[in-house]
Design a protein around this ligand. Sequence first.
Ligand SMILES: Nc1ncnc2c1ncn2[C@@H]1O[C@H](COP(=O)(O)OP(=O)(O)OP(=O)(O)O)[C@@H](O)[C@H]1O
Ligand SMILES: [Mg+2]
Length: 240
Amino acid sequence: MKTLAVMSRKGGAGKTTVAVNLTLTARAMGVRAVLADADPMRSACEVLKGRDGAASLLFETSASKLFALTEACRRGGAELLVIDTPAAPEAEVAEAVKMADLCLAVARPTYLDLAAAVLSVAVIQRLGREGLIALNQCPPARAGTEPPSVVKAFEALRFANLPVAPSAMRSRMVYQTAFAQGRAVVEADPDGLAAREVRDLFRHVWRRLNGERPAAMATANDDLARAAARRGGLSLAPIG
Ligand SMILES: Nc1ncnc2c1ncn2[C@@H]1O[C@H](COP(=O)(O)OP(=O)(O)OP(=O)(O)O)[C@@H](O)[C@H]1O
Ligand SMILES: [Mg+2]
């Protein structure tokens, strides 16, 4: 069984959205995935409690119960355990970090979110775990042109040589309407753009969890990386 901790010290970055969507996308793609809600706010439970089969999909937990829950999920035959964590510094979600094969730091393409994600990855790596940053709530591209905030976010993370998932999740209403129905975007709108970007993120995460190292820059966002390289300097400068 592989364990994925979804985290961000910034509130509202999209931890619950990413955790719930990745879990349900994994299941839709044939992976036996379960979700642990380790946030006392119980947002994931709030979204999923009305679903058929919620009892075998979702577990309320806390830091002190996480080890036992992980073992129970492993014994129960789960292939993937996703942990939704509270908005807190890594020290406060240390149990989840220690349990995780991969820690996914969710960040919006804003200066403060990126700064928090950079710190998170440093702490995760210092604890000997693997970190990956996933951008969420990115403005959609318009007429094929990436919004400057997204370009700058990828630039900054690549320049800092931080592991970043190549597929960004965009700000799309369907993430919210799907939650209102207790569903993931792959269920609410399986052919939509949001479903596609979540599937892309899941595939990337699953490959990382299974030991595949990403080929340098060989990603769907190569065009972004090339655009960044053409412009020269990259930095974690404030972005709009
Ligand atoms: N990609 C997206 N597009 C549109 N809305 C989104 C997206 N991601 C998250 N949201 C919305 O933003 C809000 C915060 O998201 P979410 O609850 O997933 O964040 P969180 O990091 O788990 O928050 P908390 O720190 O409170 O646990 C929610 O209303 C959610 O529906
Ligand atoms: Mg949450």
